[in-house]
Structures are given as structure tokens and as C-alpha cells.
Design a protein. Structure first.
Ligand SMILES: [Zn+2]
Length: 100
């Protein structure tokens, strides 16, 4: 049987007796290359559009950062905490945290 462990509190999660929650986080940079294309020295709007499209395609092929996807297993308690504070903002403000 596959044994799961909560990635937050570290307790073992038995799928037969308790609920297991999976959190998937996807982190990626937003591309704004279209705004960065230089517009100088062009008189022909069609030519300009071609340049913009070519430039955007180049950027996508060469410079698009890799998406980062993370997956976490959470127990029922940690799932409840995560739902109410996904970015840990409340947690950072708390200095004291009871560790059972
Ligand atoms: Zn937990």
C-alpha cells in the first residue's frame, strides 16, 4: 500500500481511514514581450505588424521561462489551514505557533 505523508505537518496519511488532499501550485512568469518591441523607423504598418509577430514568436520559442508545477499532499487539518490562508500570510504574522 502506498503511504502518504502530509507535506505540511509530516504526519502519515492513511487513505483508507482519513482524507488526503492534493494541492497543485503552478508558478509561471507573464510574458509581456509585445510591449517591448521597438516601434521606431517603420513607415509601413503591415511590415511593422510582421516584425511584431516575428519578434513575439522568437520570444516564445527562446525565452519563455519554464512553468513550475508543485504538488503537495495535505492531511485534513492542514488542508483546512491552507484553504483559509493559502499564501501563509497569517502564519507569517504569528510568532507563536503551537506545535502539539
Ligand atoms: Zn498536515
Amino acid at each position: 500500500m502506498i503511504q502518504f505523508t502530509c507535506d505540511l505537518c509530516g504526519i502519515p496519511i492513511n487513505p483508507e481511514t482519513s482524507r488526503r488532499f492534493v494541492v497543485k501550485l503552478e508558478i509561471y512568469a507573464i510574458e509581456s514581450s509585445l510591449e517591448m518591441v521597438p516601434l521606431e523607423n517603420s513607415t509601413d504598418p503591415l511590415e511593422l505588424m510582421e516584425k511584431i509577430i516575428e519578434s513575439a514568436e522568437d520570444d516564445i520559442a527562446e525565452e519563455l521561462p519554464k512553468n513550475k508545477t508543485e504538488r503537495f499532499d495535505l492531511c485534513c487539518n492542514c488542508h483546512t489551514k491552507f484553504k483559509s490562508d493559502p499564501l501563509g500570510r497569517k502564519m507569517n504574522r504569528k510568532i507563536q505557533f503551537s506545535s502539539n
